[in-house]
Design a protein around this ligand. Sequence first.
Ligand code: UD1
Ligand code: CA
Length: 451
Amino acid sequence: MTRSRAVVILAAGQGTRMKSTLPKVLHKVGGREMLGWAISVARSIGAARIVVVCAPGADVVHNYVRKELGEAAIAIQSVPLGTAHALLAAKSALGDFDGDLAVLFADTPLIKRETIENLLASLTSGVSVLGFEPEEPGAYGRLVLDGDGSLLRIVEAKDAGEEEKRITLCNSGVMCGDAQTFLRLVGAVGNNNAKGEYYITDVVGLAVKEGRRNGFARAAAEEVAGVNGRAELAEAEAVFQARARTSAMDGGVTLRSPEDVFFNWDTELANDVIVEPGVIFGPGVRIAAGSIIRGFSHLEGVVIGENCEIGPFARLRPGTQLGSKVKIGNFVEVKKTHMGEGAKASHLSYLGDAEIGAAANIGAGTITCNYDGYDKFKTVIGPGAFIGSNTALVAPVTIGSGAYTGSGSVVTHDVEPDALALGRARQEVKLGWATRFRAGKRAAQSKTSED
Ligand code: UD1
Ligand code: CA
């Protein structure tokens, strides 16, 4: 039986290097807040309790935690006196928790569940630390091991001697231990160091002093790279995108040019979906098997059935649901609209707040006029209806099944099934008009050239 687990996420740092009005931990990677990634990995290891240590006054962070985990998950670190001090701020929220405790940093969004599982598996009587070997150990804390590979202590770069600085195994910041032992040790940490901060890393040496044995596990450098500024945020994004592309392709999706397709964390593509270059998936996209998304299309909040053909240059917005074999062509925008099986809008349209039946054909240039500046209104188009090119459908309006609208019509009233609606001026033809017009112009021209 695995022991019960709790996770504390440290998110009270100031994040000044982001130069942002938005707190660092709410910046997004793959469309999800970095703090959200930390919470999701905590959930994935089955944490019975998750506590987020926040700075006082960081209301947007508090609101985020409240929404994700509830009020009880918010712990406030009154002043940022260091990572050990931050963990202690979570103590009362952890209450009488008994089991294993893992500490995560909210600015390290790419850690995988398996990695934390490995770390927990390395736990014996002391604490365990997740190490990694970055290209540039630079400012990272160094893991000091003894001959038989047990972790003796962690030395922060600023406090390290020349020899210690040459150690390449660094501290990722992720750490775990038996909750009661961990919290007791962290309470004994002092701040006699270069930064005058309470370092959580000091618990490692304190555990050894009590005769405990520490463990460690290793992670890939890209997995534990911390995000401090915008350039590191972009690097984390690139790692996320690379992972998402690989996982889509492993699932049977064809990406013609993988590096030119951008995923959101929740994008779901079934097998045999084909995605051309330049496609951007915003939040909430789900596409069933066999559909093709042609180049330069932008999709968010849409569910697409099997064997659909979308784009190029299509824009699908939230609330869109397409049945199977739907065709959306170039320069078509669809919002909050359901389209039944085999319905088509092949060119240049805006379809908003609409219900479109199976096999309906929406002609080029069709617009649903769904908004009067105050409210939105619905357009219903029955199955098999044929909307002529350049029809303006003034909602609320219903076009019956199998009905036609004449090209260029402005349709303001409901149309019965199988009827034809014409809402345009009748054409007038003036025979010989152009001949007379040109003759008049030519006469005027020859008169001016004689003058
Ligand atoms: C820390 C580690 C270092 C490790 C590195 C990995 C310590 C003492 N050092 O250094 O060994 O190599 O991370 O990235 O732990 N935070 C608080 N309250 C505080 C201070 C920090 O909540 O008072 C939070 C921050 O929001 C952040 C995390 O703790 O999520 C790490 O803090 P940071 O100051 O970035 O630590 P580093 O100096 O990077
Ligand atoms: Ca950091």
